[in-house]
Design a protein around this ligand. Sequence first.
Ligand code: NAD
Length: 267
Amino acid sequence: MVGRLQGKNAIVTGAAGGIGLETTILMLCEGASVLMADISNAGLSKALGKVNAVVPPESRVGKVETRVVDVSKESDIEAAVAHLDAWGGIDVIFNNAGIMHAKDDDAVATPEAIWDLTQNINVKGVWFGSKHAVLGFRKHGKKRGSVINTASMVALVGAATPQLAYTASKGAVLAMTRELAIVHAREGFRFNSLCPAPLNTPLLQDWLGDDKEKRFRREVHFPTGRFGEAIEQAHAVIFLASDESSFVNATDFVVDGGLTKAYVTPE
Ligand code: NAD
């Protein structure tokens, strides 16, 4: 059987984390070659161990490699995209690396340094990834390319649990992705945003810890009564990366169990 991403070369940023790792695994299962990019070398080693356990080398069509990349540094992203030249050039980038800092708060309490750090990774990192994907697609004469940028549902609805720098950064991802999609549409390059709801990944769960009240403040808004799973985001990314979504462009692709459409949820 031919995989849905057969022959495609992809970069996944934040590949050592919850969504990035699950997406890497599904991409490999669908026949892609994947460069797992993350700032954490230790995280990448651990993630690669899981990849090899779930998709053993002998069962893969494509290859998988890891690379330490800080998405807020343009030279790191440029080199990661250039690394795929030897594979036949980039076809897909999932700009997924992001942070939600513990000191991120409301307008009064958020330190400026945390604001800057968050924008540098969550916004500038997505710009650099998008920019070098476009240059890579052009360099290899690609007639199609898919860029998926991770935003968040907090870019769509307001929350009384403030994380102002993070929320602003994800709003910027939505707006930037939309414009990129329109500018590059005639080249065949698609850009879509992924908007996850709160998930069972370290990014949120480490932060919530054992705080039952903090947890309930979020869980109560889910029509399904539960947080999402990283793999449920990964399935959406596979669709957006594949040619099945060839007429899906500039969307805020919301994977939230209905959260952003709910007023009162079931008891
Ligand atoms: P995660 O913390 O499990 O993974 C994030 C990964 O990004 C980590 O492996 C981390 O090392 C890496 N990273 C951090 N800074 C980096 C940098 N400068 N360069 C390269 N890599 C870097 O988080 P996750 O839940 O998998 O989140 C992935 C994306 O989804 C993020 O953009 C996040 O904002 C977004 N998101 C998450 C949730 C959630 O509830 N988990 C909800 C909405 C959106």
